[in-house]
Design a protein around this ligand. Sequence first.
Ligand code: IMP
Length: 430
Amino acid sequence: MGNLAVVGAQWGDEGKGKITDLLARHADVVVRYGGGPNAGHTVMAGDRLLKLHLVPSGILYPTTACLIGGGCVVDPESLLAEIDRLHEQGLTTDHLRISETAHVIMPYHRTLDRAEESARANPIGTTGRGIGPSYGDKVTRQGIRMLELVDPAKLRRRLEEELPRINRLLTRLHDLEPLELAPLLETLSAQGARLKPYVMDTALHLHRAIREGKRVLFEGAQGALLDLEMGTYPFVTSSYPVAGGASVGSGVGPGSIGKVLGIAKAYATRVGGGPFPSELHDEVGQRIRDIGHEYGTTTGRPRRCGWFDAVALRLATRANGLDALAITKLDVLDAFETLEVVVAYRDGERLLDEFPADLEVLERCTPVLENHPGWQTPTGAARTWDELPAAARAYLDRLAELVGVPVELVSVGAEREATLTRPGILDGWV
Ligand code: IMP
């Protein structure tokens, strides 16, 4: 049994938190490889509901090393608040480590995120957490890394270098107040001092763990359709949620990743702007939103809801090299009389069964829908494949057939137990 990457196969919010938490039980190391506090993972542990943003979902298992990889961006204020909340709930974070090369989300990145968003003709609908500006500084080689945050002398030097540029952006481009060095330095140094014990060379740690035969779970955030390279650009996030991002973002070679499990809901959702071909603007969409509690963990925004989109999933399958699919929130569809699945897009006379990169094409496409009878039976108590109603099994089989990847895990509720699996790549993991 090798390592495993768990990735989002839609637009994020697929329920990766629950699945990662479930699988982390059998992992020696869990590494989050991209994104920042834009993510929101909800994990149920007994009667405790944990809302995680950057801390890996393996945190509930004290013997599992939880790494925040170099591909992540760290907001010290929000990470410390997350750590404090875990401590208040009686959980330890002694097994948490943060990559020294992860870039820091500075307070000015959050300000710039909101300012840039409001200046856009077509807003992306970002989470406002400073993700884009922080990755932007990383790419243009102006970012500040965790190893600098935790060293007051280095931090001072870097802020002295960057602040004049940031202040020009704030004042001249966005008509905002400039920042003063001293209070910024004071706040960030205090945060750096608290985070220092967690900061290390996580890539080396991971390399050694893999060499020793330890079992690693690579935890994805967001989803393939939000990937900077493969997603619906520019309505994407600024990181690489696809499985390839796991290699770069955790600092080990792609051969270490092992198998790739894609997570998709039994329907589809999207938060923020951008194309969403299977979106339902009617009461059916609202019904999915209500039953599925489709409101953002990070921002509380209502999620846009639609039918399962096999065309989008085909993109996710090849972009990630998926070996298997996990379908979550099947129970949300329990009461529906009929279900629909997008099997292709129609662009005038043309039928597309692969996702187009040109958003203008995507926007004029209409989805080609396939009807399925609902099962109209509660599935929440099912624990084996055979306990699912025949119509639910037929629905899942059809999704697998349309996407070309077997469904090997189905989630029918928020609790860990509300999960059923079939033999395959998860053997030994569940
Ligand atoms: P950003 O990552 O905050 O820059 O936001 C860019 C886009 O990605 C927006 O449409 C966000 O709603 C979306 N996004 C970012 N993180 C998540 C997530 O964890 N779940 C769902 N959507 C997300």
